[in-house]
Design a protein around this ligand. Structure first.
Ligand SMILES: [Zn+2]
Length: 75
């Protein structure tokens, strides 16, 4: 399961994916400029939102796995 590394950061204003330049790393307190709408996104908020989405995704995957497993068990 490599979905963890694929959590996308989205612009808080227009929901376009935020892309960091390859040699640039963002850290807490940074502002990320959106290429689509030029708004500045607060890094911490972006990460929070991305984390929530990631958790939701993992939750769904876990649920699907459980259903499969339970389906086999109770066949
Ligand atoms: Zn934007």
């Amino acid at each position: 399961m490599d979905s963890e590394s694929k959590i996308t950061a989205l612009c808080l204003f227009c929901h376009a994916p935020l892309e960091a330049e390859e040699d640039k790393e963002f850290q807490s307190g940074d502002m990320i400029k959106c290429n689509a709408c030029s708004e500045l996104n607060d890094y911490d908020s972006v990460v929070e939102v991305a984390k929530e989405k990631g958790t939701e995704k993992v939750k769904n995957e876990v649920e699907a796995e459980l259903k499969k497993t339970l389906g086999k068990l109770f066949k």
